[in-house]
Design a protein around this ligand. Sequence first.
Ligand code: ADP
Length: 309
Amino acid sequence: MIVTVTLNPAIDISYRVNNFKINKGHRVENGIKTAGGKGLNVSRVLKQLGENPLCLGFLGGQNGEWIKRHIGNEGLEESFTQIREETRTCLAFLDEENSTQTELMEKGPMVAEEDINNFSEKYKHLLEEATMVIASGSLPAGLSVDFYREIAEKAKESNVPFILDTSGISLELAIEGKPFLIKPNKDEICQFAKRSDLSFQEMIDVAREICNKGVDYVLISLGADGAVFVGSDTTLRAEIPVISVVNPVGSGDSMVAGMAFALHNHYDIEECLKWACACGISNALQETTGKIDPELVGDLLTKIKVTPL
Ligand code: ADP
């Protein structure tokens, strides 16, 4: 069983607002409301690939109930930990005329100590049956910044591969917990290296340093430039076909799902990288975040070129 962890989910509402202007009121069509969170996107893509992941994290209040109902309708299994405070809402204003996207992201609820204990208890039990854990996204208030390190360590003690997609200080600290795989994008690897930019070779060097700290694999996603995959004795580059992007939001999450699916099914490492990229690309070709076209993924697999470096 694959377990996904979304610690700070949100109700995402997006509005189409042409000529969005500060200091002005706008009349808009009703917003499109979705159950958001990087781990939920990973779960959706895994589901489309035929897996049946179990979604964990924290949910509270009416927003939490809404998300539970919604993901249930999507056929996802969940065992979220109930919290007292309200799950957050994030708003996006899409202005097609000016090609801008303005977002308001609430910080989210404060998770109480009791909630953390409840989650940890559940997590500990699930590690007995889990075959993989995938954790994605930011941490809500109340959780210590080394929470990912803690849950990565517990997974390692139970011999369960732990895949992590997060950034900043929580990523830095989590590396000490020796996750199996991390998936930074270019900005995140630069942030990790405390550099404003890195050349391709420098990114590989940083990834190798991370592997030396006990992380098995570093998958660096490079948007339209594909990806580079570094392990202690492997460095692979994936070159991908040029596409007309529809909506790249969630491509990183889809990539994580594709990689997790292929690893879970014991594909060889070059094939895993192809699955990761194919799912990322397929998501970028869809309007909906966290959606892929499995048939197109099959076709894309033949068009991605993987070269050992
Ligand atoms: P993140 O969403 O985490 O920033 P990326 O933007 O790097 O991640 O996207 C993850 C993967 O999705 C890429 O490695 C690539 O395979 C695919 N992808 C994303 N954007 C594009 C694009 N513009 N063209 C083709 N593929 C893309």
